[in-house]
Write a protein that binds this ligand. Sequence first.
Ligand SMILES: [Zn+2]
Length: 404
Amino acid sequence: MQVGISAAYEILGDAEKRANYDNLSEQTDQADYSEKRSRLNPVRCGVCRQVTAQPRYIIFWRVISVVLATTRTPVQGIFCSACAAKESLKSTAITGLIGWWGFPWGPIWTVLEGLKNLVGGVQNKEHEEALLWHNALAFADAGKVPLSYALAERLLSAKSSEIRARAAHLTTFYRSQGFKPTGTLKNNWTINPAQFLVKLLFLSVVPVALTAAIMYSDRSSSEASYGVATPPSVAYREPTSSSLDAPAIDYNAFEPATPTCDHEVASGKILSGAKRLSKEGHILQISNGSSGNAIVKVRKADTGSLLASFFIEQNGESQLSGIPDGLYRIQYAIGTQLAENCKSFTETSTVNEFPNPEALITTSEETFEGTLVKRKRLSYTLYAIPGGDVTPTSISPAEFEDGN
Ligand SMILES: [Zn+2]
């Protein structure tokens, strides 16, 4: 026993006083072994002050950023496993929540030191072995041989060759005294998965939240700029290298829908020139047997200026009355939907003109009952396929639209 305890002091001295192992040799040099022997106590946890059979010396880091400044503060000392778990959680939480917000060291240190906290802090195997060896001797001194024996047996595989040798001495001594090993110490330093996950959560909550916020704002801004307005037809179009030879692209797809006439137009409705018609006059009658609705225009044959136009629905029959004397040309367009101005079609399938100008002249005839005024009634039928006794000729839409 005496040999073992003296040997322990040679490498350890007062472990409580020297949680920081750096000045170990200094202290052992000055140690007065005979005095200290009476004061050899087991190691206590630096936080809860309880005797702990398996203490560890650990450094945890707290990273704190304030505006742009980032600081790292070590929290170090001898811990029992319970207090180490609490401090590990606390340092990780502080680092994870407050560490990120400095540049550039905030994120760098938060990750580096945060990972160290995550795996249980910075530990040194030789420091731990020295603490255990101290306890092996202290428990022996207190008469707690099974505890001392178990620690010494564990230290037979110590990293430090010196402690290995001392531990071998002690176990040999115990065997020579007739002691038998009664068991091994339960390792209470195993990583608790639930605590590990909680620490991981603390470390990742800030970057995860920021990433989510950025992704959300990205997505909502892209929806606002082109998500809704893009017609679906664009999605499967091949990209073309030149816009000049890209006939595949339907440019209509990019244009807004053409506005249309906002009210129902009755068949026979005069679309323009109503004021130029008189109460009495000639009549133009139209039967619309074409494939759509029709707009018929009456123009003066000499100037081409418009007298009037009117609307006849498909399969309808309407007439324009009050046409003054004159020489006229009759034009018509076939379409489906009236445009916004309600005077023309959004699209026409046919635009035609009847070949010969019509002379509408009022004549009068004297009868025994008085003067009989005779006016003309022109009658046309529009066909889907050219037919009848007159064959209309095709004209350009521009010619039809001229002057409305
Ligand atoms: Zn403790």
